[in-house]
Design a protein. Sequence first.
Length: 130
Amino acid sequence: MKVVVSCALIDRDGRILLSKRPDDTTMGGLWEFPGGKIETNETAEMAIVRELKEELDIDTHESCLAPVNFSSYQYPDFQILLLLFICRKWQGIPRPLFASKLKWVFANDLRKYDMPKANKDFISNLQDLL
């Protein structure tokens, strides 16, 4: 089972940042909440801080993260446990260092974007929060 962290960055207007996976990767072309794998000796919060820097070139702190939900899903080739955090405070302007595109989306519009199943599981929860 892969344990992966993800983050719903929420801007001042209440929009959530989605990143589009590069076409040449697993689940390429799908939209997701930024994040990635937890490395050895990392907490989930440490992994999110690192992943946001690596993928979006933004800085945040563990104290700015709030755990929201998790999703467990069996894909054909692997099982994933995806942990979702929200973050409303960071430094820098997100830019796509890994993703092919970034897009700020209102919670009510999240279902318009083709996402991996594990990410889709978070939509209702995020809509209730925002």
